[in-house]
Design a protein around this ligand. Structure first.
Ligand code: WT7
Length: 630
């Protein structure tokens, strides 16, 4: 640790409660990674198993189409599951699960292997082969994790669609991925109610042509429609002799695709971010090991949803690669009471809790007593992700949940980065609201419009200068868009789409998105998708969506709508439109408010000036209107 005094409010770690972390100070990793970047990643890759070694750690000959560990053969599932079964870890719990209704399940590594193999055999019997796409649409239940691993085991590419999305969002993703199989749950529990996932899927399937089979997992048990010749009950197939507990693992090239995950971008349709077996494995393994200091005795809980990258990297792959025990909870944090989370921390002896600022702010509203009445002494590390955490929420989390002895790892990263990028490690001094510095070895910077570094405390574009192992490889089916979106704006640098500042101590302070992406409760939504959902209503001719600040959710969606001529607006029309967006996109995309207008402010080239709309909605001065057409 440097002797230099840090400015502002700083929290220092207490090793007394934390225990002995993998590294006692960041410098150990930092020096190694700076001296030999590729060697640093190779050393960590060597902690995992490979069927054949790599010829090259990093191949940048076709940049920005970087390749990692080229020539190597592996399968991430071997490292997540099989290799632990060969050690005394075989009887360690890999996954502990609690349903919203109180149901409990747990799987040892041994049981995990058995269940993944059975699942994989079922997929094979449905004709799924290496390279095929399989879409998964479920709530937070163990079958989602098993399904992802089953796909990866046989070399199929999984595409998980968040269970909070709805008909059109699912349809679009099924269509774009050309999925052969859909794995869906009958329903999902949310606040004691049932979200009818299978019904939603049926409607989406009417619009999607490529899906041959639908595998239905029973969770909520209500009556669902089963289409002859297409739909099959998962539990029926699991009883058949084909579902044996032995299933050969497909030997994958390090650069073979592992999964795609859709995320919202600046324009148009959501894009399928593609990740691979080799580099992604090394990146998630290494970052989780150091950032959350994974130790064998930990009970780790990432409260995200597997439907987002946080769940992929740090509920499923990262923890299993580390041989950890991962806890997953199905339902809402406040169901039936606002102490649900703290009750589970106490019941399962959770040692690491990783969640989002929006959840922290939501729970903070209920006051300290709900957490205070529970024994949270097992917690040793806390984490935050998804959006900037305001210092007030940080301090509450630190004081009331962490009891002033658990460091908070505020991790900045993206679907595209696959792994933590700006993050503290447990021994770092922390500043509330800052994620600290880039993970050792990564070179990042903050630049101005011309791509030149800005000075200390100045705001600019957050960019990444070094390739990293878990980086996205491309946008599935659209390599041009990959180059255009991330590598065109600033020559040779990856553009994150975020703005940030860096203080004189080198700590990064992420401000937010600079593009047309809105973070609602940490969920990433594109204005374009919300607008197209609005316009798909027969009465709407044009729409514009913007984000407005909100105390708990970070941002909420505010929409402006131009109706078709002759349309009469009735009293409940705003609600009808909100419901329509909910039905097409999902509840998270519902605008908080809709304003009916006669025109939208546009530039001469026809681009909506969201800045002007935002100023109007907030009652502020819109500023320079020189480019406004009308
Ligand atoms: C965007 C990426 C990767 C996990 C979940 C989100 C914002 C993420 C932080 C943080 C400030 C953050 C950024 C980023 N973001 N983590 N710790 N502090 N902002 O993944 O859906 O791809 O969203 O989330 O704006 O660009 P995602």
């Amino acid at each position: 640790m440097s002797e230099q005094k840090l400015s502002g409010e700083v929290y220092y770690p207490s090793f007394e409660h934390l225990g002995e972390p993998h590294v006692r100070e960041r410098g150990e990793l930092q020096r190694e990674a700076e001296n030999d970047y590729e060697g640093f990643w190779a050393r960590h890759a060597e902690e995992l198993d490979w069927f054949e070694p790599w010829e090259k750690v990093l191949d940048d000959s076709q940049a920005p189409f970087y390749k990692w560990f080229t020539g190597a053969k592996t399968n991430i599932v071997y490292n997540c599951v099989d290799r632990h079964v060969l050690t005394p870890r075989r009887n360690k719990l890999a996954l502990i699960w609690e349903g919203e209704d109180g149901e409990f399940r747990s799987l040892s590594y041994f049981a995990l292997k058995r269940e993944v193999c059975k699942f994989a055999n079922i997929l094979k019997s449905l004709g799924v082969e290496k390279g095929d796409r399989v879409t998964l649409y479920m709530g937070r239940i163990p079958e989602l994790v098993l399904g992802m691993l089953a796909c990866a085991r046989i070399g199929a590419i999984h595409s998980v669609v968040y269970g909070g999305f709805s008909v059109e969002a699912l349809h679009e993703r099924l269509e774009d991925s050309q999925s052969k199989v859909l794995i869906v749950a009958d329903g999902a529990y949310q606040r004691g109610k049932i979200v009818p996932l299978k019904d939603i899927a049926d409607e989406a399937l009417q619009r999607a042509a490529t899906v041959q089979s639908v595998l239905v997992v029973k969770r909520t048990g209500q009556e669902v429609n089963m289409e002859q010749g297409r739909d099959l009950w998962f539990h029926d197939l699991m009883m058949l002799p084909i579902a044996t507990s032995q299933c050969n693992l497909e030997v994958m090239d390090a650069e073979d695709p592992l999964f795609m995950l859709y995320t919202s971008g600046t324009t148009g349709k959501p894009k399928a971010i593609l990740h691979t077996h080799g580099g992604y494995m090394v990146g998630t393994y290494t970052t989780l090991k150091y950032v959350f200091d994974m130790q064998d005795q930990d009970r780790y809980w990432c409260a995200a949803d597997p439907g987002w990258i946080t769940g992929h990297s740090y509920i499923v792959y990262g923890p299993l690669l580390n041989g950890a025990t991962s806890f997953m909870y199905e339902g809402a944090p406040t169901y039936p009471y606002p102490n649900r989370w703290w009750q589970m921390v106490e019941r399962y002896g959770i040692t690491i809790l990783y969640t989002a600022p929006t959840a922290i702010r939501g729970l903070m509203r209920f006051g300290d007593a709900w957490a205070e009445r529970h024994d949270l002494s097992t917690l040793r590390l806390l984490g935050s992700v998804g959006e900037p955490i305001n210092p007030e929420a940080w301090k509450w989390y630190h004081r009331v949940i962490g009891r002033e002895r658990c460091p908070i790892m505020d991790t900045w990263w993206q679907t595209e980065t696959g792994m933590f990028m700006i993050t503290p490690i447990p021994s770092d001094p922390l500043k509330p609201g800052s994620g600290g510095k880039p993970f050792p070895g990564l070179q990042m910077d903050i630049v101005n419009e011309e791509g030149k570094p800005v000075g200390a405390d100045e705001e600019g574009y957050l960019i990444i200068k070094t390739p990293w192992p878990a980086m996205l490889r491309t946008i599935y089916g659209d390599p041009d868009r990959y180059v255009e979106q991330y590598w065109k704006r600033f020559e040779g640098m990856y553009m994150t789409g975020d703005s940030a500042r860096r203080d004189a101590d080198g700590y990064y302070w992420v401000i937010g998105r600079v593009d047309d992406v809105i973070k609602v409760s940490g969920y990433r939504l594109g204005t374009a998708e919300i607008e197209s959902a609005l316009v798909s209503h027969p009465a709407v001719s044009e729409a514009a969506a913007i984000g407005l600040p909100h105390d708990v959710k970070g941002n909420v969606i505010h929409a402006f709508v131009i109706l078709k001529t002759g349309v009469e607006v009735h009293e409940h029309f705003e609600d009808e439109l909100k419901r329509h967006v909910g039905h097409e996109m999902g509840p998270i995309a519902k605008p908080q408010a809709i304003e009916f207008v006669d025109s939208l402010p546009k530039t001469r080239s026809g681009k909506i000036m969201r800045r002007v709309l935002r100023a109007r909605a907030l009652g502020e001065d819109p500023g320079n209107l020189a480019t406004l057409e009308d």
